[in-house]
Design a protein around this ligand. Structure first.
Ligand code: XIL
Length: 299
C-alpha cells in the first residue's frame, strides 16, 4: 500500500492524525492529512474549554469543523476528551465537590449527545494518574470530588452514547515497569471486574528523553488487552523521530490483536505541540521523513 491509512486498513486498523481546525485552510496540510490518514482526533476542539466555554452554553463550532472535515473525507473520528484536569474553562476550574461532579456529568452528557452515534471511541477520562513512583491519582479538582469520579464519568458516558467505545487515556504509561502504568492497569482490571463500562485504553505515547520508548511497550499493550479492552496509540510523537523507534511502536501495535490503531499527534513537525522535538512523520515543507518510510514498511 502507498499510504499509512491504507496500509493499516489491511489489518483492519486505522492510522490517524490530530487535526487542528485552524490549519484546515492550509492546502499542504489538508492534502497530506487527507491522503495519508483514515482517522482523525481534534487536537483541541472537543476539549472542555472549547465545547462549554460558559457553564450551560455548549459550542461545537470548532469541533464540528474538524468532525465535518474528517467525515466528508471518509475518516472515522476519535473523541478527545471529556473529563480532564487540564484545559478546563474558568468556570469549571473554580468548582469543587458535588457541584463539580454534576458539572462533569452534565458536560459528558452534553458533548456526547451532540455527537451521539458519530464518534467511534471517546477518551472519556484523560490523565488521571500522577507521574513518578507513587502510583497515586493525580491531584486535581476532579480527584478531590471523590475517588469514584472516573467510574462516574464512564457510567455517564455509556448512558449518553451507548454505541461509542469508552476509553481511558494517559501519558508515560507505555513502560510496563512503571508505577503509573501499574496503577492504571489495576484500575482497568478493577473496572472490568466490577462491571464499570470501559472498552479501551489509549496510550498517548509522547516519547522523549523523560519518557523513552522501551521494548516492553508490547508487553504493556498485551497485558491491557488481556483484561478485555481494546488498546490504541493515541498521540504518538517521538523526540527526534527515530525511524527505528517509529517502526518499533508500529510493530508493537501490529503484534497485539486488540491494538486497533495508531494516531500521530500532528502532520508536519511545524504542526506539533513540541515542534522543537521534530517528532512527527512529515517535514515542514510537507515532504516525508525517514520515519514515514519506516512506519509504512512496518505496516
Ligand atoms: C495538547 C495540544 O497538542 C496543544 O495544542 C495544547 O496547547 C495542549 O494540549 N495530552 C493530551 C493532549 O491528551 O490533549 C495534549 O494536546 C497533549 C498531551
Amino acid at each position: 500500500e502507498s499510504t499509512l491509512g491504507a496500509a493499516a486498513a489491511q489489518s483492519d486498523r486505522y492510522f490517524g492524525v490530530a487535526i487542528a481546525s485552524g490549519r484546515l485552510n492550509d492546502s499542504v496540510y489538508t492534502s497530506i492529512a487527507n491522503r495519508e490518514f483514515n482517522s482523525v482526533t481534534a487536537e483541541n476542539e472537543m476539549k472542555i474549554d472549547a465545547t462549554q466555554p460558559q457553564r450551560g452554553q455548549f459550542n461545537f463550532t470548532a469541533g464540528d469543523r474538524v468532525y465535518n472535515w474528517a467525515v466528508q473525507n471518509g475518516k472515522q473520528v476519535r473523541g478527545h476528551t471529556l473529563a480532564w484536569h487540564s484545559q478546563q474553562p474558568g468556570w469549571m476550574q473554580s468548582l469543587s465537590g458535588g457541584e463539580l461532579r454534576r458539572a462533569m456529568t452534565d458536560h459528558i452528557t452534553g458533548v456526547m449527545t451532540h455527537y451521539r452515534g458519530k464518534i467511534v471511541e471517546w477518551d472519556v477520562v484523560n490523565e488521571a494518574f500522577a507521574d513518578g513512583g507513587s502510583g497515586a491519582r493525580r491531584d486535581s479538582n476532579l480527584q478531590r470530588s471523590g475517588n469514584d469520579w472516573i467510574e462516574v464519568a464512564f457510567r455517564a458516558a455509556r448512558a449518553a452514547d451507548p454505541a461509542a467505545k469508552l476509553c481511558y487515556n494517559d501519558y508515560n504509561v507505555e513502560n510496563w515497569n512503571s508505577a503509573k502504568t501499574q496503577a492504571m492497569y489495576a484500575m482497568v482490571r478493577d473496572f472490568k471486574q466490577r462491571g464499570v463500562p470501559i472498552d479501551c485504553v489509549g496510550f498517548q505515547a509522547h516519547f522523549n528523553e523523560g519518557n523513552p520508548y522501551n521494548s516492553n511497550f508490547r508487553t504493556t499493550l498485551q497485558s491491557f488487552a488481556a483484561l478485555g479492552v481494546d488498546v490504541s496509540v493515541t498521540e504518538l510523537d517521538i523526540q527526534g523521530a527515530s525511524p527505528a523507534t517509529f517502526a518499533n511502536v508500529t510493530n508493537d501495535c501490529l503484534a497485539v490483536a486488540r491494538c486497533v490503531g495508531i494516531t500521530v499527534w500532528g502532520v508536519r513537525d511545524s504542526d506539533s505541540w513540541r515542534s522543537h522535538h521534530t517528532p512527527l512523520l512529515f517535514n515542514n515543507d510537507g515532504s516525508k521523513k525517514p520515519a514515514y518510510d519506516a512506519v509504512l514498511n512496518a505496516l
